[in-house]
Design a protein. Structure first.
Length: 80
């Protein structure tokens, strides 16, 4: 599924996601500097652009995410 940026948004791009009808999953790839910072600080920050609330968000590596999704429907084909 392709989520498009809101009209007029200058700092938001299109995002490919996977959905099985119950969950929507996006994959984020870190560059070397970002990865080094996460390893150093052991922290990842998530911002939901929805005002004053934050809906349930599940952040995990692919192996954990695929196992989680199996409980709610199908998953994507693994890369070979």
């Amino acid at each position: 599924m392709l989520l498009r940026a809101p009209e007029g948004a200058k700092n938001v791009g299109e995002m490919h996601t996977f959905t099985n009808g119950h969950c929507s999953v996006s994959c984020w790839e870190l560059d070397e500097a970002e990865l080094a910072e996460v390893v150093r600080t052991k922290r990842i920050f998530v911002s939901i652009l929805s005002g004053r609330t934050q809906p349930p968000v599940f952040v995990a590596p692919e192996s954990i995410m695929r196992g989680f999704l199996v409980d709610y429907g199908g998953t994507w084909r693994p890369r070979i």
